[in-house]
Design a protein around this ligand. Structure first.
Ligand code: PLP
Length: 376
């Protein structure tokens, strides 16, 4: 059996090695390392894939959220509603920009921000909502957009974990996550569903004015060369990453299909188990399983993690400390917030290996070891 990994980027690379190698060599021979043809081609192809009007590549997924927030023209102290149960990148940039993160609960089934909790958290200072399509499952975007419209708020979708996920509205309209809010962001960190060989990110919008601002902010606030209209930053996707990503983009649907197949295998193996809750899949969300995350009840989670590790099966706790309890946010006095769902999830979740290269032998081994420990 091949070694089991949380993410097997090595095997994935081996399968497309020739194509990727020649694309990278082409960039090196062209020497167009910054803003080269590869970046332009990838941007056009990604824009088409996701179904956006404008796609702005940038240096990483954290920058993407930061630039998106910068483009909204908010003032210090303005409030941004966001889930506490997410990766720190989502919420850190809010505080970095002197905005106030307002942490709210997630839906215990989807792990995504709870629209009812958003509505309760709205104040006169609220300016934006940053939902996260956590683990590859879409947040309840129809409800979120309705709340945003009613209260005149911006929505920035953190789509770092869900590229390729499709959301279906109640009228049957389908849109890719990342293209539903005013702005969407994503990350090409190597372990993401569309991962580069280094850092990368992108920002999506269908609003021309926002697109102009986003592009300007990502490029030193520059409107034309050496004319800088607003304070921006330097956030670029380099040509080598773009060349790799352009090839992997052609395989993204297949990679996601394989993640879903692995998830099906896990679902079947753990079906109706009294101690294991498998991930929920809302009918309106095409889950792309960035993570496959179980909720355990009456199981020693650390014991299971250690038992799996002793069998060379990696597992991860995403995330052991929720945003509202991070020391980083002490100034906002969030530690005492009453967040029973978030606190419960941080204690119950465990993520199993999931990626495009898992085979049946590995899945059989993983599930049998999980059940061996849980049924003991
Ligand atoms: C990975 C990730 C990010 C940040 O992406 P980087 O490219 O690592 O900066 C942001 N939000 C979420 C939910 C993520 O998983």
């Amino acid at each position: 059996m091949r070694v089991i990994q949380m993410v097997d980027t090595k095997t994935q690379y081996q399968k497309i090695k020739q194509e990727v190698d020649s694309a990278v060599i082409e960039v090196m021979e062209s020497s167009a390392f910054i803003n080269g043809k590869a970046v332009k081609d990838f941007t056009v192809n990604l824009n088409k894939y996701i179904g956006s009007n404008y796609t702005i590549p940038c240096a990483n997924g954290t920058d993407a959220i930061q630039i998106a927030l910068m483009a909204l023209g908010l003032k210090p102290g303005d409030e941004v509603i966001t889930p506490s149960f997410t990766y720190i990148a989502t919420t850190e940039v809010i505080a970095l920009l002197n905005l106030t993160p307002v942490f709210v609960e997630v839906d215990p089934a989807t792990f995504c921000i709870d629209p009812a909790a958003i509505e309760k958290a709205i104040s006169p200072k609220t300016k934006a909502i940053v939902p996260v399509h956590l683990y590859g499952h879409a947040a309840a975007m129809e409800a979120i957009m309705a709340i945003a419209e009613k209260h005149n708020l911006y929505v920035i979708e953190d789509n770092a974990q869900a590229i390729g996920c499709e959301y279906t509205f109640s009228d049957g309209t389908k849109k890719k996550t990342g293209t539903i809010g005013h702005i969407g962001t994503t990350s090409f960190y190597p372990s993401k569903n569309l991962g580069g060989f280094g850092d990368g990110g992108a920002i999506f919008t269908s609003d021309e004015k926002l697109a102009t601002r986003l592009l300007m902010i990502a490029n030193h606030g520059q409107s034309k060369q050496y004319y800088h209209d607003v304070v921006g930053c330097n956030s670029r996707l380099d040509s080598i990453q773009a060349a790799v990503l352009d090839i992997k983009l052609k395989h993204l649907d297949e990679y996601n299909a394989r993640r879903r197949k692995a998830a099906d295998y896990y679902d079947n193996a753990f079906a109706n188990h009294p101690n294991i809750k498998t991930p929920f899949r809302a009918v309106n969300s095409f889950h792309v399983f960035h993570q496959y995350t179980l909720q355990l009840t009456g199981v020693d989670r650390n014991g299971l993690k250690d038992f799996l590790a002793s069998n060379n099966i990696p597992s991860m706790i995403y995330y052991p400390v929720p945003g509202h309890k991070q020391k980083m946010f002490e100034q906002f006095n969030t530690a005492s917030l009453n967040m029973p769902v978030t606190d419960m999830l941080t204690e119950k979740v465990i993520s199993l290996p999931i990626h495009s290269e898992l085979d049946e032998e590995q899945l059989q081994f993983i599930t049998s070891k999980v059940l061996e420990f849980v049924n003991k």
